[in-house]
Design a protein around this ligand. Structure first.
Ligand SMILES: N=CN[C@@H](CCC(=O)O)C(=O)O
Ligand SMILES: [Zn+2]
Length: 444
């Protein structure tokens, strides 16, 4: 197997123009237009799939955008493909590149020692109250030079690409002071500019209350100082990848009113609201988020009935995080209720030192088994709907004409193998394409 991240950018600069992906057995489009931004309810089970036992399907990509899809013979009759480079898909199945709607991939150190504590019965907040958890990672991240954070994130980004993630939401939040929050956002910016993984950055200075401050003092820092500084930097053309604002809205962390103030200040500064809500305690965070026009909320294990209705009405995406609920042994969020009531459900890896899983195919498998989602629902949630949670629902997350050509190719007779083969992502994914260019290829 060969993985060549260092060659990626060179490839990017050389591979403009037309490319034909041929010899496909299945193309899992999800939707066949570039208008539908998300799917809800029963429509999540009605994904569009083109199949051919004779493996004669193809996709034509021009300058990173999908130009046409169908049987190769029909495409050749319509378009002049005589000189276009071909990529032999070997009779496999093509799916949209996966979109990870929630991650914390910039940090120093690990927390393997805490996994043992949690297995022995300590809760997430007990570990944090003892100075561990986010506080442990904050200390390590404050100490680390930016170059080390970038190098670590690049390694993670390489793995994510290899496992089929082509677009990622990535948070700060292990600095909690201006200096280190900025260092993290600059690390995200550098990786976004230099790596094929497409990144939607999120400011999460309200991820925890630092040890030298209380809730009020930290919120004043964020509202009065950090958000205005970020806005100024963006006016100057910096931090282009920064799109969202986040808060860990939780009992004993940032309570509802404080969270609301931080989030609305962020929204007024031009960021999209995308925050942690109703994870460990039922605070009615979902109702609050819906009322202030949040684009997405994550976790939601403790969401209320009213919160579900409010999210369905506001069109706020519920980004569910199966690995976290699994490893913290939380009550699963009511995914079935959400889907039945019309909430837009997406998925995220929540990759962080607490929940160290970056494979979105494992996340989909967990969503099916622990949240009782069907395989098509999980795939929609990890593609089109998570793209929508990042404002990319018309351009990413589906294989349709005029959408961005982000694909994964799997070596299997049916697309469902991507979810069914739990932990099989390294062997089943044979290639990954970002904007039509190959960014990962497995060799025998
Ligand atoms: N719950 C808050 N934040 C993260 C965990 C971050 C950490 O523990 O380092 C989450 O989404 O699970
Ligand atoms: Zn998180």
């Amino acid at each position: 197997m060969v993985f060549f991240p260092s060659a990626i950018n060179q490839y990017f600069s050389e591979a403009e123009g037309t490319i034909v992906l041929e010899n496909l057995r299945q193309i899992v489009q999800i939707v066949d237009d570039n208008v539908t931004e998300y799917l809800t309810g029963k429509d999540m089970n009605g994904i569009k799939i083109i199949g051919s036992e004779s493996k004669d399907l193809a996709v034509v990509v021009v300058d990173g955008v999908i130009k046409d899809i169908g049987r190769l013979i029909d495409l050749e009759a319509k378009l002049d493909l005589s000189t276009s480079p071909r990529y032999d898909c070997g009779g496999g199945c093509l799916l949209p590149g996966l979109v990870d709607g929630h991650s914390h991939p910039v940090f120093a150190g690990d927390r393997v020692h805490e996994f043992a504590m949690k297995l022995a019965g300590a809760t997430y907040m007990e570990v944090q109250a003892a100075g561990g958890g986010i506080h442990f990672t904050t200390t390590k991240t404050r100490e680390a030079p930016k170059t080390a954070l970038i190098a670590n994130f690049k390694k993670i980004a390489d793995q994510m690409i290899k496992f089929g993630t082509t677009t990622l939401e990535a948070k700060s939040g292990y600095g909690l002071n201006w200096e280190t929050e900025l260092k993290m956002l600059e690390a995200i910016e550098e990786v976004a500019a230099d790596h094929p993984l497409e990144i939607s950055g999120t400011f999460c200075g309200a991820h925890a209350i630092p040890k030298d401050k209380n809730e009020h003092e930290q919120s004043r820092e964020i509202v009065d100082k950090m958000i205005p500084k970020l806005r100024q930097l963006q006016r100057e053309g910096q931090l282009k990848s920064l799109e969202n604002i986040d808060v860990f809205c939780e009992k004993g962390v940032f309570e509802i009113e404080t969270s609301k103030e931080i989030l609305t200040t962020g929204k007024n500064a031009g960021f999209h609201i995308n925050f942690h809500a109703d994870e460990l305690h039922p605070l009615n965070g979902a109702e609050m988020g819906a009322s202030i026009g949040a684009r997405a909320m994550s976790h939601l294990e403790e969401i209320s009935e009213k919160g579900i209705s409010a999210m369905a009405l506001s069109g706020t995406v519920a980004t569910l995080l199966p690995s976290t609920a699994y490893m913290l042994r939380l009550k699963p969020p009511p995914a079935r209720d959400m889907i039945e009531k019309g909430v837009i459900v997406a998925l995220g890896s929540d990759f962080n030192p607490n929940a160290y899983c970056l494979s979105m195919s494992m996340i989909m498998h967990l969503a099916c088994v622990t949240f009782k989602m069907s395989m098509p629902e999980a795939l929609v949630a990890a593609t089109l709907n998570s793209a929508h949670s990042l404002g990319r629902g018309k351009s990413h997350g589906a294989i349709a004409v005029n959408r961005i050509a982000d694909f994964i190719l799997i070596d299997a007779p049916k697309w469902e193998h991507l979810i069914y083969q739990f932990g099989g992502h390294s062997t089943i994914i044979s290639a990954v394409f970002k904007r039509g260019k190959i960014v990962y290829q497995k060799t025998a």
